[in-house]
Design a protein around this ligand. Structure first.
Ligand SMILES: Cc1cc2nc3c(=O)[nH]c(=O)nc-3n(C[C@H](O)[C@H](O)[C@H](O)COP(=O)(O)OP(=O)(O)OC[C@H]3O[C@@H](n4cnc5c(N)ncnc54)[C@H](O)[C@@H]3O)c2cc1C
Length: 297
């Protein structure tokens, strides 16, 4: 089981304890995980379903129609979110998104959900039975090899799309979550080639390169794993260096746990300066080479 599956399994087991005698499904993006307490079910659509949200949703819908679970928990991963939405629509059930601290309240499931970039916690509720995506990183991982697993076969499934080619995922070299220094690039960079400046600074500081969302998602200049913020990675380095990043709420949500934040921006009113411990109002194309010069000497 992967780490998300093991977290969701913990969420499921906790909930299963209060749902006495009820069935509960726990699912990951592979639709192959779930265990514990004998009430949590593994839905096995076979290797065929792997990575295909349509097939996973179909496998689960079949199993759910037969077993009638009280709740279906899915990891809130990219695929998991698609699966949950499709499944809820197929079964005509309510769907809670990105929830944690799941609990039973009468005939409903209640969960907490971060909104406004984590500034507010909303309490959301759905009547049983329902589908819910569980926020990743909010439950401890269930240990491997626990028993009590029940497997539900769902029969053959037909893939509606044809796989034309599989491309290797471009791996980033570093896991930003563990980095102690991060130099992050934003739209203040004019070209992809100019990112060399940020890379050089990261190297000189013994750190890793990160970026704001537009650089990876819109421009494709850097891999998705390097995008920091609400929809990207949450980081907590000792030093976070933001170059040409305005500091929008969604970006800041991912860096606010950093020990020291330093920022370079031409706009003295840029919101990044409200969260920065050190700010340089200036052109990164002049400031970064100057810092590199100092670090060299
Ligand atoms: C639902 C949703 C989720 C999102 N999630 C994320 C997320 O997880 N992470 C994320 O980063 N964004 C996210 N965004 C996008 C976010 O709202 C901002 O659009 C994005 O963070 C802006 O990126 P930026 O700061 O690089 O660009 P901009 O906002 O365009 O800022 C560029 C900055 O560079 C400065 N600048 C320009 N030239 C120079 C120079 N030569 N030297 C120095 N400074 C210069 C400018 O003054 C400006 O402040 C999300 C948006 C939505 C709607």
């Amino acid at each position: 089981m992967n780490s998300v599956a093991r977290e969701v399994a913990t969420a499921g087991r906790e909930l299963a304890e209060s749902l006495s005698g009820e069935q509960l499904f726990v699912v990951t993006e592979r639709s192959r995980a779930g265990e514990g307490a004998g009430k949590v079910l593994l839905v096995d659509g076979g290797e065929e379903v792997e990575g295909d949200p349509d097939l996973i949703a179909e496998a689960l819908a079949r199993a759910a129609t037969k077993k009638r679970p009280s709740a279906i928990l899915v990891g809130a991963t990219r695929t998991g979110r698609i699966v949950a939405a499709r499944l809820a629509a197929k079964l005509r059930l309510g769907c809670l998104s990105d929830v944690y601290r799941l609990r039973l309240q009468g005939t409903s499931i209640v969960g907490d959900r971060d909104v406004f970039a984590g500034k507010v916690v909303a309490e959301v509720k759905a009547d049983l039975p329902c589908v819910a995506t569980v926020k990743v990183g909010t439950y401890p991982m269930m240990s491997e090899g626990r028993t009590g697993l029940e497997v539900e076969e769902v029969g053959s499934l037909h893939r509606g799309v044809r796989l034309v080619e599989t491309l290797e995922k471009r791996e980033s070299t570093t896991d930003l979550r563990g980095a102690s220094v991060i130099v992050s690039a934003g739209r203040g960079f004019r070209t992809k080639e100019d990112l060399r400046l940020a890379e050089d600074l990261a190297k000189a500081l013994g750190g890793a390169l990160g970026c704001s969302r537009p650089l990876s998602s819109d421009y494709g200049w850097l891999p998705e794993e390097l995008h920091i913020g609400l929809t990207g990675v949450t980081v907590k380095p000792s030093l976070y260096f933001a170059l040409g990043i305005s500091g929008q709420l969604q970006h800041v949500a991912g860096i606010k746990e950093s020990k020291v934040i330093a920022a370079v921006n031409t706009d003295r009113d840029a919101p990044i300066f409200q969260v920065a411990d050190y700010g340089i109002v200036g052109d990164l194309y002049q400031v970064v080479p100057a810092i590199l010069e100092i670090l060299k000497g």
